[in-house]
Design a protein around this ligand. Structure first.
Ligand code: CP
Length: 313
């Protein structure tokens, strides 16, 4: 029986998000549980990934499921011309839930409309990355003790950055103030600024990136300039190193401020930041395991009570 898809974070209301965070907290206490024993999880990655695929697969393994799938579509019958529809229908014959990353925006939504099993969107082009968003929310909650009334600075590639687009949508429930720091070429798209206006989300835009601009941040969310999304590589070369966070820029930071990054990084966070107590991006990626365990439970109808009453730990 199909349970819940996890295709866009916009579908989840405030209570649902907080419920998933509580589930993730339980998994942080005890990641190894047999809640998915007997289930098969498929991971279909049409685009490269390290964290998302491996943390989904780790989550499935730690919950007792078996994992099938591909990390390179060229090694599957996609290379013979099999369509997304046929691939999804075939894998639905074998798996209880499918986590998929695809380069086409809307591919996961399409898959969810045809699949008899739940679909998890592990990133669709420059559009959405809802599982990253949940682990970002979890990381913010764990570091700030709340999601309410925070100053969140989004820096870098705000045009193609699907993680920042998802974060804006999820934070609409929590009265944030966003600061968008990007060069003109990579500015936050108009549709997301309109989304902010429609949902009463305050935002400011900056092109400067220095210690004074970020001094009021609770969360400093850095992003990579995504070479793979540019049709004009000359433009990529012009903007690729536009903002680099260095340790010396953190002297004015608030004590609670944490630096997040969905990773991978290229040049946008210097290595001298890694040992600064404000750096949180390695733990953030670890939180992906707990968030994705919660997502599998959400998709397969396993409740918070099932987790707290679980006797398999
Ligand atoms: N954050 C993220 O999506 O990383 P990967 O591309 O390595 O999965």
């Amino acid at each position: 029986m199909k349970r819940h898809d996890f295709v866009t974070i916009a579908d989840l209301d405030k209570n649902a998000l907080l419920y998933l965070i509580r589930m993730a907290q339980e998994f942080e206490k005890h990641p190894d549980r047999e809640l998915l024993k007997g289930k098969v999880v498929a991971t279909l990655f049409y685009e490269p990934s390290t964290r998302t695929r491996l943390s989904f697969e780790t989550a499935a393994n730690r919950l007792g499921a078996k994992v099938i799938g591909f990390s390179d579509a060229k090694a599957s019958s996609v290379s013979k011309g099999e369509t997304l529809k046929d691939t999804i229908l075939m894998v639905s014959n074998y798996a209880d839930v499918i986590a998929m990353r695809h380069y086409i925006e809307g591919a996961a939504q399409y898959a969810s409309e045809i699949a008899p099993v739940p679909i998890i969107n592990a990133g669709d082009g420059a559009h959405m990355h809802p599982s990253q968003c949940l682990l970002d929310l979890y990381s913010i909650y764990q570091t700030q003790g709340t999601l309410e009334n925070l100053n969140i600075y989004l820096v870098g590639d705000l045009k193609y950055g699907r993680t920042v687009h998802s974060l804006i949508m999820a934070m609409r429930h929590f009265n944030p103030t966003f600061h968008f720091i990007a060069p003109e070429e990579l500015a936050m798209p108009q549709e997301y600024k309109l989304y902010c206006e429609e949902h009463g989300i305050r935002f400011e835009e900056h092109t400067e990136f220095n210690d004074k601009v970020i001094a009021d941040a609770d969360i400093l969310y850095m992003t990579r300039v995504q070479k793979e999304r540019f049709s004009d590589l000359m433009e990529y070369e012009r903007v690729k190193n536009v903002y680099i966070l260095r340790n010396k820029m953190l002297s004015l930071a608030k004590s609670n401020m944490k630096i997040l990054h969905p990773l991978p990084r290229v040049n946008e966070i210097a290595y001298d930041v890694d040992d600064n107590p404000h750096a949180y991006y390695i733990q953030q990626a670890r939180n992906g395991l707990y968030a994705r365990e919660a997502i599998f439970c959400h998709c397969l109808g396993i409740t918070l009570d099932d987790i707290t009453n679980d006797k398999t730990i």
